[in-house]
Design a protein around this ligand. Structure first.
Ligand code: SF4
Length: 429
């Protein structure tokens, strides 16, 4: 039946089915024309085009599709679950290769993001994804970005091969604990998912070592292949299960440490199950996805990756959730007023990073500028500091804009300054 569908209809089904995977940065976004993407010039959503960012900060458009939305699993939160009443379809390898090349030639896309429902044994599904990537690279000479999903349960041999053809691989952890997986996605297992991440990092180290050795070979040419040069990432759904933010931040921190993940993507739980078959009583009854919570988790993640914060500093034993009204760095600063003011003409790079309103770029500029002259408060603004936040936490040559005295007052002034416009969730655990 699936083969009888027109290609256009397949694209619409399989691109629509892929849009809730957040490991591609623009997933699930509504754009200017709503979730359906219908109507309006420049809308690419219906055709499955999403946007992502490369390691060097470029924004690229990707064709984001599933190979198949047929799935044996019945994950409660997923629109493609086996019990959902949705139209099913699958591409052939040839269709997907031709489609990617055609879209690329027309400048619609700069790469491919490919996942799939588990329509057969994990090795068989993984082989299909690899075949698409390999055919694109070897037959069509496609040199653009390819992101492939690792199908949990696929063997190490297949992860190795996927990494040879793809730029990035990802395996979704989906839920923060095994208990929640058992509850909402009983056919999945944390052990298998973490096992795939472990296989990736072991292979990555092996390939790096081979390349290092090959640099010193007599020919001087590096002939060892690259392995997924854009690394691995994962996605966590926020708000479908009862875990608090501390559990999530701790988990992310340990994934970054153990598996050298490039990114953890957080995806606010969207009640997509409604309208696709029976509603599931295991899921929370929410009116809106918890977008503020997702936003704060991304900020906390930023602190872990770029600001030298530990998970325990972001959320200590007394705090289960990130403050919805204030960003986590400011929340930390308000709890540690004894750290401030920071004298910007003397502080180390690490100390500057702790100041709300001073980012990594401004901290670097401050250190650079200080080599030739001292910086006053006006100069600090010119170096990129956001003074509406930084003003309470710094001094320059002993001068203050505001003395850092009353954290409750500062909190009142700064609360919600960067959350404006986000839809507040009506349901919280
Ligand atoms: S395995 Fe679960 S999350 Fe993945 S497509 Fe199937 S039902 Fe959806």
């Amino acid at each position: 039946m699936a083969e009888m569908l027109e290609l256009g209809e397949k694209i619409s089904i399989l691109a629509g089915a892929a849009k809730y995977d957040a490991s591609c940065a623009s997933s699930g976004s509504e754009g200017r024309h709503g979730k359906t993407g219908e109507g309006g010039f420049g809308s690419t959503f219906a055709a499955g085009v999403c946007h992502s960012w490369t390691e060097d900060g470029r924004c690229v458009s990707l064709l984001k599709v599933l190979f198949s939305n047929v799935c044996r699993f019945d994950c409660a939160y997923c629109v493609n679950r086996s019990s959902a009443d949705v139209k099913r379809s699958s591409f052939t390898v040839r269709e997907l290769v031709d489609l990617t090349i055609e879209f690329y030639k027309r400048n619609y896309i700069e790469g491919l993001f490919l996942s799939s429902g588990i329509f057969a044994d994990p090795d068989i599904v993984m082989e299909k994804l690899i075949e698409v990537a390999k055919t694109l690279r070897t037959e069509a000479g496609f040199g653009a970005y390819i992101h492939l999903k690792i199908i949990p349960g696929a063997g190490e041999r297949l992860i190795r091969e996927a990494g040879i053809w793809a730029d990035r691989l990802s395996v979704n952890i989906e839920l923060p604990t095994d208990k929640s997986l058992q509850h909402l996605a009983p056919q999945k297992s944390g052990r298998v998912i973490l096992g795939a991440m472990g296989d990736f990092s072991a292979l990555n180290s092996q390939f790096e070592e081979d390349r290092r050795r090959s640099r010193f070979s007599p020919s001087g040419k590096n002939s060892a292949p690259l392995f997924a040069p854009a690394g691995q990432s994962t996605q966590l759904i926020v708000g479908a299960s009862a875990e608090d933010d501390r559990t999530i931040v701790n988990l992310s921190s340990s994934l970054y440490r153990k598996f050298a993940l490039r990114r953890v993507y957080y995806s606010a739980f969207t009640p997509v199950g409604r309208g696709y078959g029976k509603s599931d009583s295991r899921l929370p009854d929410i009116a809106f996805p918890p977008l503020i919570r997702e936003h704060r988790l991304y900020q906390a993640d930023w602190l872990l990756r770029f600001y030298h914060f530990s998970a325990g500093e972001i959320l200590d034993e007394d705090s289960a959730f990130l403050d919805p009204h204030i960003d986590p760095k400011t929340a930390w600063a308000l709890k540690h007023m004894d750290w401030f003011p920071i004298e910007i003409n003397r502080a180390s790079y690490e100390e500057l990073l702790r100041v709300p309103g001073i980012g990594a770029k401004s901290a670097r500029r401050i250190i650079e500028t200080r080599r030739s002259r001292s910086i006053d408060l006006d100069g600090l603004r010119r170096l990129g500091a956001v003074m509406k936040r930084a003003r309470y936490f710094v001094s320059a040559g002993g001068r203050f804009l505001e003395r850092p005295e009353d954290p409750a007052r500062i909190r009142r002034i700064l609360a919600d300054q960067d959350g404006a416009g986000l839809q507040l969730p009506l349901f919280e655990f």
